[in-house]
Design a protein around this ligand. Structure first.
Ligand code: CP
Length: 324
């Protein structure tokens, strides 16, 4: 496909292909001159209708390192703030002959909808509570770098599952790569319909974090998710204190995890609520790969742009930067 809207768009072979390309892109970060001519002449618009630090800057860096012309737009400062519809906005930028539109939007399904209206490639940079496929790819890249093949590995995803597009994309990609996945949330933040989904896709669910972390099935990695207070109208339950006691990766929980497996990995997509879903001691622990995830984000987004925009015979990276 010329779009990346859902993690379900990618077969195992396609995920592995992207992660392999990302590894060669990651090598560029060690070079003094990082730019390669792979996407010279291509134009990418990063349109962020919702705030972002990591995704927006890494897509911009990814495009620039591959010599594409990248333009950033946000709702504030664009004609969206004057009431222009998403359809008119999408068709307007598409009429400028851009090659790709990277979109973050607060409405689930917005990227799928935009892909029906435009001629260019559409890449989902996070749509509401639906999906965030490049986050799942960078998480898989980070996990594979440390754990090797993910077949049979036990990954535990913890937190505000109801509002998490990161969780939805991660479950799909991790299952695609053969991992065993357990998801944990308080009952109030467990999505409706998860019973049928978990049965169909073969992952486990639990309300009891300590039972999962201390259970018979050793944990290879624990992915903590942000409590998304901005998506909760009228406050949230459990309270912050109750949430941390029941579902936070506290220092004590990390110590118990490390005692069982010193190589356990701690992931968080960011931004972190330190002291709520993850203690500073866990966020900064030797087991934490939070900044590895950020670093992988640039490489993975380069790989995604390469696979969607470069010609089939274009080299992913090249030793020469002459003429760039
Ligand atoms: N993980 C993630 O999507 O972070 P940003 O919101 O900062 O892009």
């Amino acid at each position: 496909s010329k779009h990346l809207i859902s993690s379900a768009d990618l077969s195992r072979a396609e995920v592995e292909d992207i992660l392999e390309t990302a590894a060669s892109m990651h090598d560029l970060q060690r070079r003094e001159v990082k730019k390669v001519p792979t996407l010279r002449g291509r134009t990418i618009i990063n349109f962020f209708f919702e705030d972002s630090t990591r995704t927006r800057s890494s897509f911009e860096i990814a495009g620039k390192w591959m010599s594409a012309d990248t333009i950033n737009l946000s709702a504030k400062g664009s004609s969206t703030s004057k009431g222009e519809s998403l359809r008119d906005t999408a068709m307007t930028v598409d009429a400028m002959a851009v090659d790709a539109l990277v979109i973050r939007h607060n409405a689930s399904g917005a990227c799928h909808q935009v892909a029906q209206w435009v001629r260019c490639s559409v890449i989902n940079a996070g749509d509401g509570t639906h999906e965030h496929p490049t986050q799942a790819l960078l998480d898989a890249y980070t996990l594979r770098t440390r754990l090797g093949d993910l077949d049979g590995k036990h990954i535990v995803i913890v937190g505000d599952l109801t509002h998490s597009r990161v969780f939805r994309s991660n479950v799909i990609t991790l299952k695609t790569l053969g991992a065993r996945v357990t998801v944990v949330a308080p009952p109030t933040l467990m999505p409706s319909g998860i019973g049928a989904w978990s049965a169909a896709d073969g992952f486990s669910t639990s309300w009891d974090l300590d039972a999962v972390l201390g259970g018979d099935d050793p944990v290879d990695a624990v992915m903590m998710l942000r409590v998304q207070r901005e998506r909760m109208s009228g406050g949230y339950f459990p309270t912050a204190r109750e949430y941390t006691v029941g579902y936070g990766l506290t220092r004590d929980r990390l110590d118990r995890l490390v005692a069982r497996n010193a190589d356990v990995l701690v992931l968080h997509p960011g931004p972190m609520n330190r002291g709520l879903e993850i203690a500073p001691e866990a966020a900064d622990a030797p087991q934490s790969v939070v900044l590895d995830q950020v670093s992988a984000g640039v490489a993975v987004r380069m790989a995604v742009l390469y696979h969607l925009l470069a010609g089939d015979d274009a080299p992913a990276t090249t030793a020469t930067t002459e003429g760039v």
